[in-house]
Every structure is written in structure tokens, then in C-alpha cells.
Design a binder for this molecule. Sequence first.
Ligand SMILES: Nc1ncnc2c1ncn2[C@@H]1O[C@H](COP(=O)(O)OP(=O)(O)OP(=O)(O)O)[C@@H](O)[C@H]1O
Ligand SMILES: [Mg+2]
Length: 632
Amino acid sequence: MASLTVRTPDGKVRTVSLLKRITSLGRGSDNDVPLEDANVPASALHVTFDGTRYEVGSLGATFHVNGKRRDNHALSTGDVVKVGGTELTFSREDAPREPVRREVPEREVPLPSAATASSDSHTAELPGVVGRELVLLKRLTAFSERLFGSYDVDRILESLLDEAIEVTRADKGFLILMESGEPRVKAARNVARENIEDAVEKLSDSIIAKVVKDQKAIIVADALDAPEFKASESVVNLKVHSVMCVPVMHKGDLFGVLYVGNDRLVNRFEPKSLDMLTVFAAQASLLLQNALLVNDLKLDNTELRRKLEDQRYGDIVGACQGMRDVYKRIDKIAPTDISVLITGETGTGKELIAREIHRRSPRTKGPFITVNCGAIPENLLESELFGHAKGAFTGAVATRPGKFQAAIGGTLFLDEIGEMPLQLQVKLLRALQDKVVYKVGENRGEPVDIRVVAATNKILEEEVKRNTFREDLYYRLNVVTVKLPPLRERGEDVIVLGRFFLQKYAREFNSKARGFTPAAAVSMKKYGWPGNIRELENRLKKAVVLADKPLLGADDLDLKPENLEPIMPLLQAKEEFQKRYINEVLARNNGNRTKTAKDLGVDPRTIFRHLEKLEAEKTGGPLPPDDNEELL
Ligand SMILES: Nc1ncnc2c1ncn2[C@@H]1O[C@H](COP(=O)(O)OP(=O)(O)OP(=O)(O)O)[C@@H](O)[C@H]1O
Ligand SMILES: [Mg+2]
């Protein structure tokens, strides 16, 4: 770095560094080097530096170099330039770093001269020290405010670098983040805010390595001359003269490095700049951590949503083995026209399943018509199903089609089929067999192209045995059975369904509720849910509406200890389980006792006895004698 030693006529001597490409000298205070000499014009000389040579030229004054008058002159160490009564001695050596203001005490901020601001060359055009820090602080605040709401990591990285380059007056910079312990360049920019492609391909860089290792900021003022770093890849690749590199820390751990470089020798970094960059890196760390955290959360959320997607089949939520078997069955039967009987306790989703079968069938564009066989008075059911002719009965003022006709081209859903009166069962059977229906009061048959899906929460085999349900109709409807497991047998699905309803109603009612306490989750799994999913949905809806905190407790769901299944003696529990299990296997085998006995590895008589016992319990009749055969 070059300098000029200035001796003014009043005898004062000072040395100033030549830090800019063009340094102006003259009497006026707006010069880079003001000269206290009445014989010097306001604008006198300039010293230019082209990267290799310093040259003095006139800006209006006549001057001499080493006693000879010159218009311009390439300067060498020891040259003495005389202008007016002032002597300027040139040196290529650095000027001693003295606070110039001490020598020129009358000059207060702002400090317009590069030479006088020699301790902070690259920020020379900013106001004086206090003012400069204020400006930086303002920039930092504005920058943070601008980016604080942003979670776009790439945008933050680029803005961060642009700002770091601007604040430190660097020519280029790059930002490195540690990924699995390895440094990776995440952004590389130059002063024109362009990305520098392949700025640093390999990161075996010695400067970065030192910062990563020591976790301390470093400044290399003359990188090309520094023995430790002159072979540094970043210095070579980026062709930089001076470098600042600071660690980006979070909670005491290094997670990245901010690196800026200057390729102008006259504009090298100095310690003050390092302080600035360090403050900057601390702020950057906060912004980045914030964005990275939010991105992680977003990923988590997407993951959760994806999981929920995995845990459902159309509108049907649940992924337990029992429900997966149901979905597999639906996949097979939906494309066909075969009749389906859906069985399951109340609230297990029979109607939902019927709709899903329709939705996945080739009839999906056709109508889905529901008949609730249990809700229509017996005398109206026939006309409801098949329609009636005008005058067929009192009140039949016009001819009306029935649900069968309405379902043409689509699916007819016969809900609560177990409630259908016996006389109508015959007519229904005929309609299903012939695919022809007769309106009440009409002899002309109408062909109907429909698919029938029926549902019941009764055990139809038992109704058949009791002669309340026709066996032939039972076989007609029950070409394929879809048996829905009760909620208490769906394992984790109770929580999955719980979360699903919680989210649904929290959105609908704008509620605070976000999840369950661990105790609530345990209670939900323990409770027997006699009303199944409908009960779960209703309890949750109520809890969500009344919620005044984010986590719903067992109390909020009215799952008090007395609602949980009672603890019973092991023997009794074994019996209960045995009963339930045999019923389940029987149902899976469509009531086939021999097959059930074979599957369970017991004598068929055990199954008969089990059924007799059930019947006796139901009717209050005498229990069959126990022959001490143990199932388990
Ligand atoms: N697996 C499920 N996923 C999401 N919602 C469900 C599920 N199963 C049932 N539901 C909901 O629970 C409620 C009861 O279901 P649905 O009416 O289909 O039961 P059901 O078996 O027909 O009952 P019932 O025998 O009393 O008529 C409905 O609101 C339904 O949307
Ligand atoms: Mg129903």
C-alpha cells in the first residue's frame, strides 16, 4: 500500500495512505487530502493508481517532482512532489496507521476523505464513525425486517449475501452451510448481484477450513501475500486480494460460514469490517434458523398429510388390518354388478362404504338412491320401492315411480334391510331376480337396470333361523359380504379418526383445539365405543366446539373412568374374548360352523355349543351343559 508524507508550510507533517484509485489533493476541504496552504489552488493535484503504478497529475496547479516541473509523473518511492509551499514525499510502503483526526482536530464528522478515513478504507464514503455505525444498524434492521417474514431459504441466502457484500463493500461473497458435517456452497454472488457459477468447486479451502475449525472470524488483508492462505482455492479461484470469513453460529454450534472477498488491493478489508460482518452473521443466523425451522415444520406437516392420505380410502379414514381387508374387497367388487351385503354394528360406516362402492363402480355417474327400510311404514314401503299407479290406493292422486325406477343406471342402497317386513321380502326377491318391477296397482312390469347394495346391523343368519328373514333373499343379497369391524377392534385407527374429526370440526367451528392429551388418547383406545364412529364423531364435535385450550383431555370427550370398560377377572375376560373371536371368525366364514371349527382347530361341537350359549343368553333360556372342553 502506498502513502504520501505531507509537509505543509506551517511545519506540520502527516502521512496519508493512498487507498483509492483516484486521490484528490488541494486547498479545499472537499479534497481527499486537504492541504493547509494558501499557495495551493482549491483543486491542485490527483494521484491515480491503475493497479500497478501510481501517477501524479495536475488538476489546475503547477508542480515539481524532485525539482523538475512536470505535467504528470509515475511515482517511485522517495519522489518528492512540490506544489505551492507544500512537499509530498511518496512511498510504496504503507503509511503508519494513525488516527488522522487526532492530527486534524478541528475536523469533525462527517469525514469525506478516503485518506483521513484510512483505518476503514472500504467504508470511506460513509459518514463518520458514530454516524457510520448508525447507518449500519439501520441497514441491518431494515434487512432483518424485510426478511423476517420470509421462509424462502434461497431468497434469504441471496439477499443475505447481497447485503453482506454491500455493507462490507466487497466485490464478491459466498455463503456456505454445513450439511452432514460437510461444507456446501449455498449461494455465491458478485457485486452486480449475479450468481457466480462454480465459484468454488472444491471446498478444501484453507481459509474456510480454518474458520470451521476455530469457529472464529478471520480477516486476510493481503491474501495473495499471506503464506498461510495464498494457495487457498477461494483466493485463487475468486482472484481476491483480501478476504473476510466469519462463522455463522446457532446456539454455540457452527452451521455455516459467510465469506466475502475484495479483488482491489486499494480496497482491502480491515478489522472494523470484520466486526460488521460478525454482527451481520449473527443476525443472518437467526433469519436462517427461523426459515429452516419453518421449512422443516412444513415438511413435517406435508409428511403428516401424506400419512393421513395413506391412512384413508376415498372418504373412509382408517388403515387397520380389518379396514385394509375391507378396501381390498371393495377394489374387487366395485367394478362388478354383483349384490353386496354390508354388515357391522351401528355407526361403523356402512352407508359410507355403500357410497364408496358406488363411487368406484362404472355406475358412478348414475344415481345413488337410498331406501331406509326401517324408517318407512310397512303399508307405504311397497309403493316407496316400486312406485304406484294413479288411484291404486286412497291418496294416490297421480302415478309415481318408486326408488327402483329412480335408481336406474345407478345403485340402489337398501339400508337396514333386516327391518324389511316378510311380505315385502318376497316382492323384493322377485324384483332382484327378474330385474323387473311392478308399480302398486299396475300389472305391467318395468325392467330396471340397477345394482343393489344392502346394509344391516343385524346378524341376518340369526334372523333367517328365527324365520324373520327369508333365506332365499338372504342368499340373493349376500353374494358378497363386507363386514365392518367395530371401532374398538380398529386399534390405532381410533386416534387417526379422532384427529381427522378434530381437524374437520376445528376448521368448521374455528376452534382452538389442535390435538389430544396423552391421557385422552389412552382413554380413547380403552373405551368400548358402542356407537362406533358416529359416537366418536359426535363426542369430538362437542369437545371441539366447547374447547378453550389446544389439547383435548379425556374429560372433554366425556371419557370418564366409569365409561371405560370395567376391569374383570382374567377368566371372564378370556371368555369375553373367546366369544367375540368365535363370532368374528364365524362371520368371516359366512356362518359356516364346520369351517370355523377347522380354522380355530377345535371340535365342531364347540362352535355349536358357543352358538347355543349365545342364543340362551339372548333369550334367557337354560345354558347348555358345559362338557369342560377348553378352547384356549
Ligand atoms: N371410516 C370412516 N371414516 C370417516 N368417517 C366415518 C367412517 N366411518 C363412519 N364415518 C362417519 O360416521 C358416521 C356414521 O357412519 P354411517 O352412517 O355410514 O354408519 P352406519 O354403519 O350406516 O350406521 P347405522 O347402522 O347406525 O346406520 C357418518 O357421519 C360417517 O361419515
Ligand atoms: Mg346407516
